[in-house]
Write a protein that binds this ligand. Structure first.
Ligand SMILES: Cc1cc2nc3c(=O)[nH]c(=O)nc-3n(C[C@H](O)[C@H](O)[C@H](O)COP(=O)(O)O)c2cc1C
Length: 223
């Protein structure tokens, strides 16, 4: 698989098979992803890897809290800017509508949408997951570095015939996640990411999100 094929075949996967992913594969993906670039070579990423019995224990703990009516903690950061402006607002809206259309959940079906959203907190069935943290002193450039590291992982996963689901939804459980892993106080959770084998039979994985045309996002000067 070449880089173009990895990029073109990667999609956010929201239904996984329970086929385990070996620790060896996860380790190898992370080992190669260490080569991701970062400003000043700070390598500001810290990653916790979850699987096996600990994954079962973690999911049961979160489920217990959700069942008790707790819907997370105060988020550690604003996922989107308040009053998202155009064209971002429409893009976000369309992505949500297209997603729920794949599983026939109507806009008015608040419970159905909530139930689907809550699947985030089961990693959509993925057998393993990453949690990405960075030092609280870091700013936007280093957050972007962590994004590069995460993208390397999503592409390396494709090379292993695996799929991924980046999940900033986990930021609403940042305290719980940090406590579970005994993460040092100077680190904050940015994002989770489920990893595993895609369930090709689940309609939710038929979603193919669109992209703005090149002319809309790129300005060529002298080329
Ligand atoms: C940093 C980041 C966080 C994301 N968090 C979530 C999430 O919490 N839950 C989810 O279902 N999708 C999440 N996504 C997936 C995006 O919705 C998805 O990337 C976007 O709609 C484009 O679709 P594609 O990845 O299938 O190309 C996240 C993506 C990124 C890059």
């Amino acid at each position: 698989m070449n880089v173009t094929q990895a990029i073109e075949s990667r999609i956010t996967t929201r239904a996984f098979l329970d086929t385990p992913v070996s620790g060896e594969v996860l380790r190898s993906i992370l080992d190669t992803a260490r080569r991701s670039p970062s400003g000043g070579n700070l390598q500001p990423w810290h990653v916790w890897v979850l699987g096996g019995e600990e994954m079962v224990r973690f999911k049961a703990m979160i489920k217990g809290r959700l069942d008790a009516g707790q819907f997370g903690e105060e988020g550690s950061y604003e996922i989107y800017p308040p009053k998202l402006k155009e064209p971002y607002r429409s893009r976000r809206f369309k992505c949500g509508e297209d997603l729920y259309a794949t599983i026939n959940v109507a806009r008015e079906d608040k419970a159905g949408r909530m139930a689907q959203f809550a699947r985030n907190f089961e990693f959509f069935g993925a057998p393993a997951a990453f949690f990405f943290f960075l030092d609280k002193v870091m700013g936007p450039p280093q957050w972007s570095d962590v994004g590069m590291f995460m993208q390397s992982i999503t592409l390396l996963a494709r090379e292993q015939r695996l799929h991924t689901c980046p999940q900033e939804a986990w930021s609403v459980w940042h305290k719980t996640v940090s406590e579970f892993f005994s993460v040092p106080d100077d680190l904050m959770l940015f994002c989770g990411m489920g990893i595993g084998t895609m369930d090709e039979s689940n309609p939710i994985n038929t979603l193919r999100t669109d992209r703005a045309p090149l002319e809309e996002i790129a300005t060529f000067v002298g080329i």
